[in-house]
Ligand binder design. Structure first.
Ligand code: KIV
Length: 324
């Protein structure tokens, strides 16, 4: 597969014109994104670009595209493992994927998403599993859902950078009555703001708001000094996250209102597979350009062996005849 550098892609300028210098730089000149880069982007009012990725090729493409943050989300359960929710996802399913993302990533800041029941039991459990994301998964930080102030404080005190996630928190969607937009009233927005302020005080470095009106998200973001990112939370936040499979058209179950599809990769892959199936069945693939060579001497030996019942390649036959 050929992966074009930023310079090769004719549309790069347009695609990245709203993002600062970093994204327009050739990949080799870009610096690794750190917590300081992200704080600076907020200060300079530069929008941060976040996307999920779950494996080596996805992370390679995202990193080359110039995204700032890759989240290895527990949405992997739905996008990749085929679960109906994120709840069954385990640490064992997350860590190898984080490592694969890390292997592909030169520049982006990588955040591992702590799966359901990997931090709820105790601070000790939370520290242990957050530590695994850093030590075994090679992540730069972890993400934790909900206003679990004690847990966040414990993880932060262990020296680990934390992103908190409020609003629609899929791991506790039953408690929320399903996948519902959050913070729709001033009162609800105040509740989320209070949680966010406590999380900030506990030491979390970033906040992610999911599925809420832009005004509520803006109201909350405006009162925090840490970067606040949104997924389905409008444009009044410091950056945007979209799930990779939503963005590229590879998630087939449903499409949320906030999702913008940038391509239909699912359709492209489906069409390719249909064509491949057809070509194999009709003998159009493989053809000579896909065959490995055998030297004339060995071919002659094979041709002379009566046990070979397969159809002889025409060009080779001709070649042998020409040689003899
Ligand atoms: O699992 C996930 O991908 C998420 C995103 C909202 C980051 O939680």
């Amino acid at each position: 597969m050929e992966i074009k550098s930023d310079n090769d892609t004719k549309d790069t300028k347009n695609l990245h014109s709203a993002t600062p210098a970093r994204a327009n730089l050739p990949t080799e000149e870009r610096q690794k994104v750190t917590i300081l880069t992200l704080q600076k982007q907020k200060k300079m009012k530069q929008k941060t670009v976040l996307v999920t990725a779950y494996d080596y090729p996805q992370a390679l493409l995202a990193d080359k595209a110039g995204v700032d943050v890759i989240i290895v989300g527990d949405s992997i359960g739905m996008t990749t493992y085929g679960y109906k929710t994120t709840l069954p996802v385990s640490m064992e399913e997350m860590i190898p994927q984080c490592k694969a993302v890390w292997r592909a990533t030169k520049h982006a800041f990588v955040i591992g998403d702590m799966p359901f029941m990997s931090y709820q039991e105790s601070n000790q459990q939370a520290i242990h599993n957050a530590g695994r994301f850093i030590k075994d998964g090679a992540c730069d930080a972890v993400k934790v859902e909900g206003a679990v102030i004690d847990r966040i404080k414990a993880i932060v005190d262990a020296g680990i950078v934390v992103m908190s996630h409020l609003g629609l928190t899929p791991q506790t969607r039953t408690k929320l009555g399903g996948y519902r937009v959050q913070g729709k009233t001033k009162e609800q927005a105040e509740i989320i703001l209070n949680q966010a302020l406590k999380l900030q005080e506990a030491g979390c470095s970033f906040l992610l708001l999911e599925a809420m009106p832009r005004e509520s998200a803006g109201f909350i973001a405006g009162q925090l000094h840490i970067p606040v990112y949104g997924i389905g939370a409008g444009d009044q936040v410091d950056g945007q996250l979209v799930i990779m499979h939503d963005l590229i058209g590879m998630f087939f179950e449903f499409k949320s209102k906030f999702v913008k599809r940038y391509c239909e990769a699912g359709k492209i892959i489906q069409d390719a597979l249909i064509e491949y199936t057809h070509e194999v069945r009709t003998g159009r693939f493989p053809t000579s350009e896909h065959f490995y060579e055998i030297n004339d001497e060995e071919l002659e030996k094979l041709l002379g062996d009566h046990r070979w019942k397969y159809t002889i390649i025409e060009e080779k036959e001709k070649k042998i005849k020409a040689v003899s």
